[in-house]
Design a protein around this ligand. Structure first.
Ligand SMILES: [Zn+2]
Ligand SMILES: [Zn+2]
Length: 377
């Protein structure tokens, strides 16, 4: 069967995360988005662990209503690199908690704990507990592996071969990541890193897997094989796509930025190297063939543009979104699978826009310096 999975989100105990990020809300919003398997996020946090235990049932993949939850967490290593872990069972989560709490001061309070250890040590602990692991949002300048290292080996040393996947992050897609030969044998995942359950956050990027049945064992196989499809933002929409000032967002070429010693000409603040330029520095081969990557923005962002609103959470945008959902089904179905004529019957303007996105006929104001890009329909 074909399932959609978003394996990286955060619960309400993580910094800067909406109070609404609780299991029942995440479960019901995932259904509306068309996400079948969602990560619990933050599973090493004791309070979140209790919440997950209380609200879900089952072993490796736990369930709340119709939504399956994979036991996931993100951790930060001593070099500020972020790693994603997917555990096989609650008992391994508990065992891993006892190992990780020896090397973390904030594991009880934070959803995404800081670990006083290297990427290698984290990969070792993941393997010890049967967890799948890989670096999160790999090109993100502050906390991605390539913000701190020039290769996977530099981070994971003798454990590099145990890495199961790389997470692309919002500012990159598989075409960009496939230009680095060190990635050749590794699956590329696209996840949302959602901090709120709004439909333009949760599941804004996801993976389509072929799955034999709902179990950790089968999810593991599917992840190792790689997704059948990645669905996510156009990298130009990501907030770190271009090299740009982190205060006024003025964009620079790599050469210009170097010439100015990474100081903004306009406001004097720091220029942050964008993902596009970072890939240029690291690439050592032509893009290789990877599963199809569909560049689709969240439906509420499409409606927001059509309405000319500054936010996708306005009542008008949400009403129009709900109308489509009530008549057609989940957002993933509308964006990826529905016949354009079927959408047309409900909302002609949205049908035309979705068709444009499916065919790559749109433009962007590119993001950079921490500022999201903008769709131009
Ligand atoms: Zn992160
Ligand atoms: Zn500036």
């Amino acid at each position: 069967m074909k399932v959609n999975a978003d394996l990286h989100i955060h619960g309400k105990y993580s910094q800067g995360v909406s109070n609404k990020m609780e299991i029942p809300v995440i479960a019901s919003e995932s259904q509306k988005k068309g996400i079948d398997i969602v990560g619990t996020g933050d599973i090493l946090n004791p309070r979140w662990m209790q919440h997950v235990k209380k609200e879900t049932n089952g072993e490796g993949l736990r369930k709340h209503d119709q939504t399956y939850f994979a036991l996931t967490t993100e951790v930060e290593d001593e070099n500020r690199v972020h790693h994603l872990l997917i555990f096989p069972s609650m008992s391994e989560v508990e065992a891993a908690y006892h190992d990780f709490k020896q090397i973390s001061k904030d594991i009880r309070s934070e959803g995404r704990p800081r670990i006083q250890a290297s990427g290698t040590k984290i990969a070792e602990l993941a393997e010890k507990h049967g967890a799948l692991t890989g670096p999160a949002h790999i090109f993100t300048p502050y906390t991605g592996i390539y913000g701190n290292h020039d290769s996977l080996q530099q981070c994971y040393t003798n454990c590099t071969d145990t890495i199961n996947f790389l997470e692309l992050g919002l500012s990159a897609d598989s075409r960009m990541a496939s230009q680095i030969s060190g990635h050749n044998e590794i699956s590329l995942l696209s996840n949302s890193d959602a901090h709120s359950p709004w439909p333009h956050r949760l599941g804004r990027e996801f993976n389509t897997f072929k799955l034999k049945q709902y179990s950790f064992k089968h999810l593991k196989k599917s992840i190792q094989k790689g997704p059948a499809k990645n669905i996510g933002l156009d990298p130009r929409e990501g907030k770190y796509h271009r090299t740009a000032c982190n205060r006024c967002y003025k964009q620079y070429s790599l050469k210009q930025a170097e010439k100015q010693a990474w100081k903004c000409r306009e406001c004097g603040s720091r220029i942050k190297k964008g993902v596009k330029d970072r890939v240029k520095e690291l690439k050592d081969q032509k893009p290789t063939s990877r599963p199809e990557y569909l560049h689709l923005p969240p439906l509420s962002n499409i409606i927001q543009q059509l309405e000319g609103h500054s936010s996708p959470t306005t009542k008008t945008v949400q009403r129009r979104w709900r109308n489509l959902y009530n008549k057609l089904g989940s957002e993933a179905y509308i964006l990826v699978d529905a016949d354009i004529t079927e959408i047309e019957e409900v909302d002609e303007e949205v049908a035309i826009a979705v068709n444009k996105f499916r065919n790559g006929k749109y433009d962007f104001v590119e993001g950079g310096g921490g500022n999201y890009g903008k769709i131009i329909i």
